[in-house]
Design a protein around this ligand. Structure first.
Ligand SMILES: Cc1cc2nc3c(=O)[nH]c(=O)nc-3n(C[C@H](O)[C@H](O)[C@H](O)COP(=O)(O)OP(=O)(O)OC[C@H]3O[C@@H](n4cnc5c(N)ncnc54)[C@H](O)[C@@H]3O)c2cc1C
Length: 520
């Protein structure tokens, strides 16, 4: 792409016309970096506002609560009402726009705030950097494909061959609780030099295969369609999956459902064979919460049989079994595929070698610190497109991708975790690979040591007690000092804007205030 001008202008700065698909955290991070680098950006977002997952949607895929129909699901956001962050806010900021608390608009200043606080932050980010001027809302991308070659006379002017055509349609979100958006205009096509895909991967349910699932007559849903506990009042609920969503939803249900039965992925499950956090949770909710091994089968009469021979008659089964990558609008002629949640081939989880850099992805990696990591990906893409950075030869990128996956396979990492940069064990996250990426491809400053210390103390606390880790006030002196400086540096501007500098900073300078519950 950068060698089109015969090599003589190889290092000259090029401005491209770039389309970003999706205005969630990843798309906004990419848009900001592309703008910063001088590209002409259009962000296409299907919903009526930015924020992606963090734009809570009370609607659900009511007609298909399992999400078993072919993609895409009708409702994008899988956020349930009670979500509080599992990652600390000190880490969840853009490098130059930190996620500091604010009290205007009823914010939640805690270290692990409610989901609406992230939405508020992303809106502030857009306003601060004027991004809304470039976002086309209610615009669903329905096809991204290679554009036909330019006419010969245009090519002579130095045009690139690898352009993309983006087809989109204007939609109006349904107001019903069962989503069925309405198309309100004819499809439109537009040419771009490059497309950045940032459509997220927490929407398309990943379902297990369990005997009897298709015949089960009672209620079953994926956590994608879970919002509030009330519909399960008095019920016996079986939950499949012990990940973050599974454990959150279990706790949501414990106060409402008659019994909650959590199934792990192993063939054995008892309080003694589990982690200290799980044992504590079972003890705290004794009589209501029960742990089981894998489900063996679901029976017609509502009986759920577990592999250890035990069973329970249930009203509802909720699958908290994660999500699949899905790019239903992408037509690459087979150059990018999804196989058991491996998207690829993608060089460094970002560029498909054969069609880079006119197509790239932001947000594929999981277990990364966001939006910081998305910002790094966006910055790298922006610089490659402007010719400030270059990519290796195609064959070299292909080889690197193969070696990467091969190395992980040898290490015993299942294919479905191909993009989990922080490791596959949620209780032992290792940020090394992510830090190496950021250092190699960007000039972003490394994560400060006090922030790293928070990461490791959160991991430790989660292992000890899943229910209270968010509200512990056990920062070391190093972290306390780091937080104090961070707040002083980053809150003054926001507080001035609020006209509330005094009241805000008085609280913000105390780390315990970050952790205290000020919902009242
Ligand atoms: C319940 C829950 C809790 C979570 N908690 C945390 C947490 O505590 N900490 C954390 O770091 N992460 C958390 N996450 C993950 C979080 O979603 C990601 O960190 C991040 O928000 C992903 O951003 P994204 O932009 O990649 O995707 P999304 O936020 O999903 O944004 C994608 C955007 O693309 C749009 N889009 C999709 N398809 C199209 C199309 N065809 N045309 C136009 N627009 C399209 C969507 O409407 C959406 O706005 C959580 C996720 C869930 C579901």
């Amino acid at each position: 792409m950068c060698g089109d001008d015969g090599g003589s202008l190889q290092h000259s700065h090029r401005s491209r016309k770039v389309c970003v698909v999706g205005a969630g955290m990843a798309g906004l991070a990419a848009a900001r970096e592309l703008r910063r680098e001088g590209h002409a950006v259009t962000v296409m977002e299907q919903r009526g506002d930015v924020g992606g997952q963090w734009l809570y949607d009370p609607r659900t895929d009511g007609g298909d609560p399992l999400g078993a129909a072919p993609p895409p699901v009708k409702v994008h956001s899988s956020m349930y009402a009670s979500v509080r962050l599992i990652s600390p806010r000190e880490l969840m900021g853009f490098s130059d726009f930190q996620f500091v608390p604010t009290r205007h608009g009823g914010g939640d200043p805690r270290r692990f705030p409610v989901h609406g606080e992230v939405y508020r932050y992303l809106k502030d980010f857009c306003d601060t950097f004027g991004l809304m001027d470039f976002v086309k809302l209610n615009t669903r991308v329905v096809r991204v494909a290679m554009a036909p070659p330019r006419p010969p006379d245009e090519e002579k002017e130095g045009g690139d061959e690898l352009r993309r055509v983006v087809r989109s349609v204007k939609i109006r979100e349904s107001v019903d609780c069962i989503a069925d958006d309405e198309e309100i205009a004819a499809e439109e096509e537009e040419m771009f030099d490059a497309v950045v895909v940032a459509n997220g991967h927490y929407s398309q349910p990943r379902l297990p295969s369990i005997n009897g699932m298709e015949q089960w007559k009672r209620r079953q849903l994926h956590s994608h369609s879970y919002r509030v506990p009330d519909p399960f009042r008095g019920e016996v609920v079986v939950l499949v999956g012990c990940g973050d969503s599974g454990l959150d939803i279990v706790l949501d249900l414990c106060g409402v459902a008659r019994e909650v039965h959590l199934t792990s992925n192993s063939s054995m499950a008892s309080a003694t064979s589990t982690s200290p956090a799980m044992s504590k949770m079972l003890a705290n909710h004794a009589g209501h919460l029960h742990l089981h091994p894998r489900i063996d089968r679901l029976c017609h009469d509502g009986h759920v049989a577990f592999v250890d021979g035990s069973g329970v008659v249930a009203d509802t089964v909720i699958y908290c079994t994660g999500y699949d990558y899905s790019f239903p609008f992408l037509d690459t002629g087979g150059l990018v595929t999804v196989d058991d949640n491996r998207v690829g081939p993608l060089f460094e989880h970002t560029f498909p070698p054969a069609i880079a850099p006119s197509l790239s992805f932001v947000g594929v990696p999981r277990k990364v610190i966001v939006p910081w990591f998305f910002q790094a990906q966006g910055r790298w893409i922006a610089r490659v497109l402007s010719c400030r950075s270059s990519l290796p030869e195609v064959e070299e990128m292909v080889r690197a991708v193969e070696e990467y996956h091969h190395g992980r396979e040898i290490a015993g990492v299942p294919k479905k975790y191909s993009h989990d940069l922080g490791g596959v064990d949620p209780r032992n996250v290792d940020p090394k690979e992510m830090y190496e990426f950021v250092a190699k491809y960007t000039d972003l400053a490394p994560m400060e040591d006090w922030k790293n210390e928070i990461v490791y103390s959160v991991i430790r606390n989660v292992k000890q007690d899943r229910e209270t880790f968010r509200d512990r006030d056990d920062d070391s002196e190093n972290v306390r000092r780091g937080v104090e400086t961070w707040l002083t540096l980053n809150m003054s501007a926001a507080a001035k804007e609020d006209g509330a500098a005094n009241s805000t900073s008085a609280c913000a300078h105390s780390p315990s205030c970050l952790n205290s519950d000020i919902r009242s």
